[in-house]
Design a protein around this ligand. Structure first.
Ligand code: HEC
Ligand code: HEC
Length: 277
């Protein structure tokens, strides 16, 4: 069966314009966040960008405004312990070398993914490179609890800073590849990322209020799964929903897609770790 896009819309149940993003303001511990701003110049079809927070229910939103209520913070605390934990053949912990603690990484998340020596690197790879090369430790699984807790801990150091990934120079070819994937229609439903997150944000799809698919809150704590969800895990889920084969976590395709999707959020404040339904 080869569904045309208009049929796909019927199958997945896009329910027409229901309600747009809400207009509440996100403040965490008294600090106000930019959840809506002018789209970066490279975006052709969208003039304003919104954080996914603006599309969530008041109940879900509330879990993000106070760190004591935010269930993701348990994992951040676990990562603080991991940071101190000796592992691997070299007898070192992260803290052995990063003596100022994770605070040293303030601002890093805002610029990720980035190109290092000609290779596109995402945070998970930076962390595993260090575990293997500097510590002689086993790499962590991409979407494993330890890895995503550490990604969240490092991301938290940039909370409240605007996303600002580079898309020119060395990054340009990766960015172009990511953009191409974003606009490719996948699966029996023949849907691209843009069909849902650009053409239909604000609409309901089944019981879900469609956002612009931004990653400024990742890793996010999903209430449904009761754990932290990686960016690539979310991409996989979205592609699977189109009834397509998907790329692997950590694949070149998903890394390029991550760079492109991150660049769509340039200007929005980082909310890591955000809470989602
Ligand atoms: C043996 C010392 C050593 C250990 C152990 C170590 N690191 Fe590093 N790390 C470094 C050095 C040196 C740099 C800067 C040079 C570089 O990027 O390789 C760095 C850079 C980084 C960066 C990238 C910063 C940037 O701006 O790109 C991250 C992220 C990082 N470390 C995380 C960790 C984590 C998490 C651990 C523990 C799992 C860890 N490191 C363990 C020495 C170490
Ligand atoms: C069939 C429609 C559909 C398609 C196609 C789709 N998504 Fe999604 N996506 C959703 C829904 C529904 C959600 C959950 C509600 C929301 O946050 O928008 C979601 C959530 C997301 C989120 C989480 C946003 C947040 O704030 O937590 C990201 C990131 C995302 N999608 C990226 C993508 C990317 C990249 C693609 C293309 C590979 C894609 N999506 C394709 C429907 C879709």
């Amino acid at each position: 069966m080869n569904l045309k896009p208009w049929m796909a819309a019927a199958v997945i149940g896009l329910a027409g314009s229901a309600f747009a993003q809400d207009d509440s303001t996100l403040s965490i511990d008294g600090e106000e966040f930019v959840t809506e701003t002018e789209a970066p110049a490279h975006l052709e079809n969208v003039s304003t960008i919104y954080s996914g927070w603006r599309f969530r229910t008041p109940e879900t939103q509330a879990l993000q405004v106070d760190d004591f209520d935010n269930p993701a913070m348990i994992f951040v605390d676990q990562a603080l312990d991991l940071f101190q934990q000796v592992d691997g053949t070299e007898g070192k912990s992260c803290a052995s070398c990063h003596t100022d603690g994770p605070e040293e990484f303030a601002g890093l998340h805002a610029k990720m993914p980035k190109v290092v020596d000609g290779k596109l690197m995402v945070m998970e790879e930076l962390i595993n490179t260090h575990r293997q090369d500097a510590m002689g430790a086993e790499p962590w699984k991409w979407s494993g609890a330890d890895m995503q807790a550490m990604v969240a801990l490092i991301g938290l150091q940039s909370r409240g800073m605007p996303m600002n990934v580079a898309i020119d120079g060395d990054a340009a070819p990766f960015w172009e590849k990511g953009k191409e994937i974003y606009y490719t229609r996948y699966g029996q439903l023949e849907l691209s990322c843009s069909n849902c997150h650009e053409d239909n944000y604000g609409n309901m799809i089944r019981a879900d209020h469609l956002s612009q698919g931004m990653i400024n809150g990742f890793p996010t704590y999903r209430l449904k799964q009761a754990k932290l969800i990686s960016r690539h895990n979310r991409f996989r889920g979205c592609i699977r929903d189109t009834r397509a084969e998907t790329f692997a976590e950590g694949s070149d395709e998903f890394k390029a897609l991550e760079l492109y999707v991150a660049s769509r959020a340039n200007g929005l404040d980082i909310e890591t770790p955000a809470v989602r339904q």
